[in-house]
Design a protein around this ligand. Sequence first.
Ligand code: DUC
Ligand code: ZN
Ligand code: ZN
Length: 485
Amino acid sequence: MTFDLILKGGTLATAEGAFAADLAVRGGRIAAIGHDLGDARETVDAAGRIVTPGGVDPHCHVEQLSASGLVNADTFASATGSAAIGGTTTVIPFAAQHVGMSLKTVVEDYHGLAEGKCAVDYAFHMILTDPRPEVIAEELPPLIASGHSSLKCFLTYDRLRVGDEQFLDVLAAARRHGAMVMVHAENHGLIAWIGKRLIAGGHARPAFHVTSHPRAGEAEAIGRAIALAAFVDQPLMIYHVSTREGVDVVRRARGQGVKVFAETCTQYLALTAKDLDRPGVEGAMWMCSPPLRDPDDQDALWQGLMDGTLQLVSSDHAPYRMDESGKLNMGEAPTFKQIANGMPGLEMRLPVLFDLMVSGGRATLADFVRLTATAPAQLYGLHPKKGSLMPGADADLVLWDPERTVEVTHETPHDNAGYTPFAGRTLKGWPERVYLRGTLVAADGGLVAEGGGRFLPRAAGEAAKPTGRRAPELDPARNFGAVID
Ligand code: DUC
Ligand code: ZN
Ligand code: ZN
C-alpha cells in the first residue's frame, strides 16, 4: 500500500541511538522504518540529514495571566508557531489559577484561548495557587480525569505561593487521583529578606536579581518539597534546577529511593549571571527565576543530566517585551523587583541544545532526543504517541541539517518577545523541515501550516504512580490504627 510520505536516506535518531534508515508515514502516524519501503505520494531526500522526533516542551508559559496582571507577550498562535519553526511539535503550557478563581473556569478559559489557534499539539498543566477545600474535593478530580494530569505549585512569589500545609493538600490529592506534581522550589523568606535590603541600599539594577534569589534558597526549598512529597508518597518534579546544590539535593533523594524527577532549562546551560551585568535596565532581558548562575553550576547541571539525576531540559518560555507592555510596565527605570521574570525560549530551545550537545560534543544525539523529546513525553503521559519514532507513533518529525550554521539575532525567533537572550551566538545544526502528524508545519525558518494543533488529554504515566511507601505516621499498622487520607 502506498505511503503518504517517505523520508529517505537520513539518519534516524532516538533516545536509544542513531541509525541509517528510511521512515514512512501513513495517516499521520509512523507506518514503517527500514529500507526499500515502497512507494509514497511524496518522498523527501533526507541524505545528510538527521531525523528526530518532534521536540516536547513540557514547561512554557503562553498567554498566561501573571499575579501582577500582566499577560505574557505571546498568544497561543504566536508561541506555537514559533515552537514549530524551532522543531517543537508538542507543548505543555499552563492553565493558571489565581487566588479566588474557580479552577474549572480557568481551565475552560485556557482551552478557549488555545482551541483552533495552535500550530502544534498541546496539553495543559494546572497551576494551583488557591487549593481551598472545594477546589481540591470538587474541581480537581474531574479535571484530572479529563486529561489534565499534572499540577504545579509555587513555593515563592507573593500571591502565588502555597504554604507547606497547602502543598501537602495538593500532593495528597494528586496521589489520590493520579497526577504528577511539579514545584517551583525557592525559599520565599530568603528572597523577600535579601530583596528588601538590596533595594533599600540602592542596589536595584537587574544584576541584583541574581543576588536576591540566594542559591541556598533553592537547595532548601527543593529539600523541603521532596520531604513533603515523600511523606505522602507522591512523585514530584522539581522545575528549573539552577544550582550545583540543587542538583546534589535531588541526587541524594533519588539515591534514597524517593520518586523525584528534575528538569533544568536551556538558559541555565547556555547563559550565566554575567549576562545580567549590564548598564541600566538592559539586564532585564536575562531575568528569570531562579536566576542565571555560574559556569560551575552549568558543569553540575550537565553532570546531573548525564547521570540521570535530571531527566529533561525545558524552555520555561515566559516572554515579556522590553517595553511598557512587559518588562518596563513600571516605567523606564524599574527596580529588579518591579520587572517581570522570564525570557523567551520555545523556538530556540532545540537549536541551542543541538548546538551545545550534538555539534559541541557535550552529549550524544541520543541524549539530545531523550532530554528534549522522549523523557518529557514519558514523564507527562504522552509516550509513545509523542517523543518517539516507533511505528504507530504520531509522525511528529524534524529534519535537521547538522552542518548549517546560523548567527542568532534578536530577529531570528518568531515569537512576540521582540528579543532573544541567545542573540550573538553562532549555532551549528538547524531544523530544516518540521512535520506534525505527517503534515509539514514549518520549513526553512517559516511557518507553513497554522491552527492544526490538537489538545492532548493525558492520563498520568508510570512516573506519577506512588511507590507504596508513605511516612510511618500515615501507616495505620504502625500508628495505633489511625487512618489518615
Ligand atoms: N520564572 C517562573 O517561575 N516562571 C516564569 C518565568 C520565570 O522566570
Ligand atoms: Zn517557576
Ligand atoms: Zn515556569
